[in-house]
Design a protein around this ligand. Structure first.
Ligand code: GLU
Length: 472
């Protein structure tokens, strides 16, 4: 009997039939955290034996999404398509030992059996025709197309799932399933078990939708005389409509969230909490902190609900706490043509990073700072509210002159100069501050305007004031 005595080892095993779904991303994260918690490792395995549906570009996309998200595996990616001979060899071994058999039934024969079973009230089962022949030691037709089927023997299949508890199946419910298809490709059941054995996987954490496959896998582990790994079937993720998360309810891939302006740190944190909690009311937790306390056995059984509002809130919390240097690389794609080297815009990021819940929002706030001084677009609202009064041109000229006279152009000095001017003219400071905000950013609300002026610097502040004066 082969036993798993080595260190804890988990695997994330996506099929490259599409992008990285957020459910898959959560599975990857839970695998990673359990491995880290127990001083183990994680393997990335690309399950691409379904040639009809697998695509190399999907595999590459999944790998790059995982990297973006910060899921760091230790081994792989291993492609199952590189191991086809191994699966065939193992299936042949089972045939040699009488634990599997070659089935030569044609599609027509199987269709006829299926049609005959309809209306009998029983679900279709393979007739066992070829199994009976194999058991009788009948000669097998050389070279004829065939599949290899596993011989399911009667008996109980019990296992303890870390999340679901004790699970019971009866082999009666299981048909003689196919291991090698007629095109000689292995089925998922065969390749997954051969790999989990060869790669010494100790824990299998995967979506709930695989629960009904697990008894088949356990039978295969037994047939290979190996102890099965520990299983943990993760609960479903539901959309806000309480139905299985799907395109209907919004974005479903890690990439879509990236493109909406979610930072990977926030998505990672958010996904960790879909079915797991660090305890108390705690919601913000880093991967390292989680890895110190996470255990698959603490994952909840009940489905988790994907709440977009909460993700946006969490993203805002991350943006607020992250340094400009950390935000910058994620922000670049959202700045488009306005992008500038980090050193030139660090202060612009800092002053705006808590003014939006997504990178998209923050970038939109930043654009007026980065625009050319004479190409600033004024918002209609802002103009209506603040660009008025017969004395406005005079007010702005006075303000320009005053600011031009400020030596060290910092927050304090500019504020003091403006307030002195207002007092000298017997006007409220707002009469200068509001139009100044329109001149500098084209908007009606912004961070404290003297901070904005300090960030733009004297030259650009004056140029922007000139541009406003020229338009009056
Ligand atoms: N390749 C399977 C999937 O993408 C996962 C298999 C497994 O984790 O056992 O659904």
């Amino acid at each position: 009997m082969c036993r798993l005595t080595g260190p804890v080892k988990l695997r994330f095993a996506p099929s490259p039939t599409g992008y990285l779904h957020v459910g898959g991303a959560r599975t990857a994260i839970f695998n990673l955290l359990h491995a880290r918690r127990h001083g183990g490792t994680m393997l990335l395995r690309i399950e691409d034996t379904d040639v009809e549906r697998s695509r190399q570009h999907h595999a590459e996309q999944i790998v790059s999404s995982l990297k973006w998200l910060g899921v760091e595996w230790d081994e792989g990616p291993i492609y199952q398509s590189d191991r086809l001979d191994r699966y065939r060899e193992r299936a042949n071994k089972l045939v040699e030992h009488g634990l599997a058999y070659r089935c030569y039934c044609t599609v027509e024969e199987l269709d006829a059996d299926r049609a005959a079973s309809e209306g009998t009230g029983k679900s279709y089962r393979y007739s066992g025709r070829c199994r009976a022949k194999a058991d009788a030691g009948a000669a097998q037709p050389e070279g004829e197309p065939h599949v290899i089927r596993f011989k399911v023997e009667e008996g109980a299949i019990d296992f303890h799932d870390l999340i679901r508890g004790d699970v019971h199946f009866d082999a009666k419910e299981i048909d003689d399933f196919v291991l090698i298809r007629s095109d000689r490709y292995p089925t998922y059941h065969l390749s997954v078990v051969v790999d989990d054995i060869d790669m010494e996987i100790t824990h299998v954490a995967r979506g709930d939708d695989h629960l009904s496959n697990t008894p088949k896998h356990i039978l295969l582990f037994r047939a290979f005389n190996c102890e099965p790994p520990v299983f943990a079937h993760l609960p479903l993720i539901l959309g806000a409509d309480k139905k299985r998360l799907s395109k209907r309810s919004g974005a479903t891939s890690a990439e879509e969230y990236r493109d909406l302006g979610i930072v990977p740190e926030a998505l990672f944190n958010f996904l960790m909490l879909l079915g797991w909690s660090p305890g108390g009311d705690r919601e913000l937790i880093t991967p390292d902190e989680a890895a110190a306390i996470f255990d698959l056995s603490d994952v909840h059984k009940a489905p988790a609900v994907f709440d977009d509002e909460k993700l946006l809130w969490m993203n805002g919390q991350y943006l607020m706490r992250m340094a400009a240097d950390q935000i910058y690389p994620h922000l670049v794609p959202f700045l488009g043509d306005h992008v500038k080297p980090l050193d030139e815009i660090r202060a612009v990021i800092d002053i705006n990073k808590s003014r939006g819940r997504t990178l998209k929002d923050v970038a939109a706030q930043m654009i007026p700072y980065l625009a050319d001084d004479d190409a600033l677009v004024y918002e209609e609202e802002a103009v209506k509210k603040h660009i008025k009064g017969d004395d406005l041109p005079q007010r702005m000229k006075d303000l320009r002159e005053t600011l031009a006279g400020v030596g060290s152009f910092d927050v304090l000095a500019t504020e003091q100069a403006l307030r002195q001017l207002a007092e000298a003219k017997g006007l409220g400071a707002g009469k200068y501050i509001h139009p100044l905000r329109v001149a500098l950013l084209g908007v009606a609300s912004s961070p404290p305007i003297f901070d904005v002026a300090a960030i733009l610097g004297k030259e650009r502040t004056l140029r922007r004031l000139d541009a406003l004066i020229a338009r009056l």
